[in-house]
Design a protein around this ligand. Structure first.
Ligand SMILES: Cc1ncc(COP(=O)(O)O)c(C=O)c1O
Length: 470
């Protein structure tokens, strides 16, 4: 007799993956034990995750639930509550990932002008959205190929030049929390932009730091917190959009994302852009999970972040005892970035890919992020003590060795040739989904980012074509 695997192989594989206990150090460990203390919220998570999916994944509109565009019922109420907590003038829920959230944000910013200055190290979705809107793009590359993070001084210099010529950029688009574990010091950055080019709008892809807005120790550098504060004080008047890939750090389902708008005059532009890009059939369970994730983070986020930071400190102490003195200092290359408080960057001498493979096979430790020669562990809320024990026992067995400064410098110089791409193609390393090469005519001063190919680790390389009509 044939099995499900014969008829529906993906489903069969998903079942088998789901039945495995995996300690997830990548994005939110939604599959593990949920650390939710409030019994009402715990019950709500039970409802969301255990109720028959067919009862929740419904095609109801305004008559039974709400309208996806221009909502006036529970979706509108849920989004309004999120806006209050994040301090935005509007927050919209997205059930199509931060990829879509970035497209919406760039599409809204495009209403305010075409000349944009873009962080070349930003996620592919930002670049594709700029292409879609035929924006006049200037890109700024990375300062440190082996750490990621855009060259902020260069952004400010470009803004200065453009303002002096009387042609200021309409918008700057930057990754404020990177795949490689960096957070931009948004407050200084926004003050500098305001001083140089006060009408320039700002899009911040804060994909990896949604939950950070809820912690005493992390909120201060959250773009949402900072944008609210600076607007209230009149220290940044232009519009700001912040996107969050909620499922990476909060108890929300995959593809759950937020777009926050700061600037009342930009709210309608965001709504129109969401209408253009979002499906008209949102996944209601995903949308509801954004509501619940906000409620959870609002009441318990600070405690959970404190737990996560304590667990990260346990791992750091273990690593220090093994001679890893450089753990978590990935941001020392630039005064504009600091290490993500919930992410651990472990510079090792061995091949990260080989280590990751063994940890997964033997310990069930899922550590899929690597950036160049670093292992990266996302210690967000929900990574529990059992997961930390599993990681440490796995690392004890595989015997990792700290990488030296000399090795780090040599790696930064390494520059193996890229595969050839055509003029209209991107070369993208996935993960992290950052272009290594841009379509030839689109990047001023050359088509390559500052990323060395080894920054892509063992990622697969993709040639993706774009349409270039001059
Ligand atoms: C910086 C950044 N922005 C956006 C995205 C896209 O997020 P999503 O997977 O939710 O579409 C990613 C995905 O890894 C990312 O790293």
């Amino acid at each position: 007799m044939s099995t499900v695997a014969d008829d529906a192989p993906l489903l069969a594989s998903l079942h088998s993956a789901a039945s495995r206990r995996v300690y997830n150090f990548h994005a939110l460990p939604w599959g593990g034990r949920l650390e939710v203390q409030d019994p009402r919220l715990a019950a709500a998570y039970g409802e969301l995750t255990q109720r028959d999916l067919r009862c929740m994944d419904v095609s109801y509109g305004r008559d039974l639930l709400d309208a996806p565009f221009d909502p006036s019922g529970p979706l509108s109420e849920a989004q309004a509550r999120a806006a209050v907590v994040f301090g935005s003038d509007s927050t919209i829920f997205v059930s199509m990932g931060a990829t879509c959230a970035n497209t919406i944000a760039v599409g809204a910013a495009a209403e305010f002008g075409r000349r944009v200055l873009v962080d070349a190290t930003a996620h592919q979705s930002v670049h594709f959205a700029c292409d879609l809107y035929r924006l006049e793009v200037s890109r700024v590359t990375s300062l440190s190929p082996s750490s990621g993070g855009v060259d902020v001084e260069c952004i400010l210099a470009r803004l200065q030049e453009a303002a002096a010529l009387g042609r200021p950029f309409h918008c700057v688009v930057v990754g404020s929390s990177t795949y490689s574990g960096l957070r931009l010091d948004v407050s200084d950055f926004m003050h500098s932009i305001h001083r140089i080019s006060p009408d320039t709008n700002l899009v911040l892809d804060d994909a990896w730091s949604a939950v950070h807005s809820f912690g005493d120790q992390t909120a201060n550098s959250s773009p949402t917190t900072v944008a609210r504060r600076l607007r209230d004080r009149g220290e940044f008047d232009a519009n700001v959009w912040v996107t969050h890939s909620a499922h990476k750090t909060m108890y929300a389902m995959r593809q759950a994302a937020y777009v926050h708008t700061f600037g009342r005059s930009a709210v309608a532009a965001t709504q129109s852009s969401a209408h253009r890009h979002h499906t008209s059939s949102p996944s209601w369970p995903i949308m509801a999970s954004l509501d619940l994730a906000r409620a959870h983070a609002q009441s318990e986020g600070n405690d959970r972040i404190r737990d996560a930071m304590n667990r990260k400190a346990v791992i750091e102490r273990w690593l220090h005892a093994k001679g890893f003195d450089g753990v978590g200092d990935a941001a020392t290359f630039s005064r504009w970035f600091h290490q993500d408080e919930l992410r651990l960057v472990i510079p090792i001498e061995e091949s990260p890919a080989a280590i990751r493979e063994v940890l997964l096979a033997q310990d069930g430790v899922y550590l899929p992020q690597q950036f160049g020669p670093n292992l990266i562990a996302n210690i967000t809320i929900g990574v529990d003590d059992e997961a930390v024990d599993a990681l440490l026992s796995g690392l004890s067995r595989v015997q990792i060795t700290p990488r030296t400064d000399a090795q780090r410098k040599a790696e930064q110089r390494g520059d193996a040739p890229y595969p050839t791409v055509r003029d209209n193609e991107y070369l993208i390393a996935y993960p992290p989904g950052v272009p290594l090469v841009f379509p030839e005519s689109r990047l001023e001063g050359g088509s390559r980012t500052g990323f060395a190919p080894n920054s892509a680790g063992l990622a697969t390389l993709h040639r993706v074509s774009t349409i270039l009509h001059e």
